[in-house]
Design a protein around this ligand. Structure first.
Ligand code: PLP
Length: 424
């Protein structure tokens, strides 16, 4: 057994729980992460002392809430290396952020023919239309596939797919042929939520920009696991969810380069995104509020800032190293158990390992593992095209976070052996 480099379980109250009389080994972090005490207390304290709707009041509580919300935006900005707070749009999560972007890129009437005042601010060139192409990859989560399917269907654009190699990595060899002058957007996950494969995002961005295409990176499985710097990635958009990085549910981020966001219409309209309104027209607020119609989930934004401070105290590089060591250990231990197939292998992994036990349905194995106190996820992981690629109906996924240790992995191996002996 090797030494884990981080020892953080005591920061997370839920990890002290027992499941079926055994200590919990929580390996379902790709679905959602547990919350450290500092985040739980921050949210509780916020409701005890500060809560009031933001941006709409002169009274003290509203001002304090508004300040905390905007402070959270600055914390996110610094955390992902964005140049400007205007580039950080709060959303309800990754799925919400991608849907927002898909609407703004293709579903809105622009060009000045609507009876409102602001359309001339937007560039109709930024809209995706008939004959344009969107390139996704064969490993996307449904949340980074379905909004693009819909957009293509509605606007007569064409969805293209960057295929995968047998080992689950992107087929990069003829990438310069696959991104053409018709490609308007490349939508790619930073890290696969199934195999944990880390994609060569910088290389994709270079190829896409050479052809004048934009790049959206789905960072849902990356931000809690590795340093992310959107400026050096040079992607046009980057999205992620708070609940997968130790914050509350219901908060997420759409990062967009200011110049790109400026040319997009708001996609959703309502209170909070305007500076003035008449019965016939409106003047829209500047970035980023233009994209935040309605009351945002400001308590969750406060929790996100607290979660980020927690991550920063530990250090993203240390987290990456710790999880790398554990990831390698997990793969080794599973191979040692034998009688199973691990899906996906690449030079760089993060977070998840996907596997199946020979002759055993993943769901049945997951039930036995739960009886052993080991929480893993079974099924298609919202990535059915990837399941088809591996020619499987589903699989078991064990996914790591910073609080996991070698003991959790040993427990995983023990639970797998138990499932094999009971079901094999
Ligand atoms: N993208 C990836 C890669 C994911 O792993 C997930 C969730 O598992 C999502 C998008 C969707 O995230 P959310 O459900 O928080 O919107």
């Amino acid at each position: 057994m090797m030494n884990a480099t981080l020892d953080l379980k005591s920061d997370f109250p839920i990890l002290a729980r027992e499941i079926h009389g055994r200590p919990l080994a929580y390996l379902d972090n790709a679905a959602t992460t547990q919350k450290p005490l500092c985040v739980i207390e921050r949210v509780s304290n916020f409701y005890r002392t500060r809560n009031s709707n933001i941006h709409r009041g002169v009274h003290s509580l509203s001002e304090e809430s508004s300040t905390l919300y905007e402070d959270a935006r600055e914390t996110v900005r610094a955390f992902i290396g964005a140049g400007d707070m205007r580039e950080i749009v709060f959303t309800a999560g990754t799925t919400d952020a991608i849907n927002l972007l898909a609407r703004a890129l293709g579903d809105c009437t622009t060009g000045g023919d609507a009876p409102f005042g602001d359309e001339t601010r937007y560039s109709s060139d930024a809209q995706i239309g008939e004959g344009d192409e969107i390139l996704v990859t064969g490993m996307e989560h449904h949340s980074n596939l379905l909004p693009w399917q819909d957009l293509c269907r509605r606007r007569g654009a064409v969805l293209r797919v960057l295929p995968l190699e047998r080992n689950g990595t992107l087929h990069m060899e003829d990438i310069s042929r696959r991104i053409t002058s018709r490609t308007r957007l490349v939508a790619v996950t930073h890290v696969s939520n199934v195999t944990g494969i880390v994609n060569p995002v910088e290389e994709l961005v270079r190829h896409a920009h050479d052809r004048g295409a934009l790049v959206l990176v789905d960072g849902a499985q990356a931000v809690a696991h590795m340093p992310v710097d959107v400026a050096s990635l040079d992607c046009d958009f980057y999205v992620f969810s708070g609940h997968k990085m130790f914050a509350e549910n219901g908060i997420g981020v759409l990062y967009g380069k200011a110049a790109r966001l400026e040319e997009l219409p708001p996609a959703r309209v309502g209170g909070g995104m305007v500076t003035s309104v008449t019965l016939e027209s409106r003047r829209e607020a500047d970035l980023p509020l233009r994209f935040e119609a309605g009351t945002p989930n400001y308590p969750a934004a406060v929790s996100l800032a607290e979660a980020i401070r927690y991550l920063q105290r530990i250090g993203m590089q240390r987290i990456r190293e710790h999880e790398n060591t554990l990831h390698e250990y997990m793969r080794e231990q599973l191979v040692k158990v034998g009688g199973l197939t691990v899906y996906g292998s690449a030079p760089e992994h993060s977070g998840s390992v996907a596997f199946n036990l020979d002759g055993i349905q993943p769901y049945d194995a997951g039930m036995i593992m739960d009886r052993m106190g080991v929480a893993v996820r079974t099924g298609t992981h919202c990535a059915e095209p990837l399941m088809r690629h591996f020619d499987i109906n589903g699989c078991i996924r064990a996914s790591l976070a910073l609080y996991n240790d070698t003991d959790d992995i040993d427990r995983l191996a023990e639970a797998v052996r138990k499932a094999q002996s009971m079901l094999g």
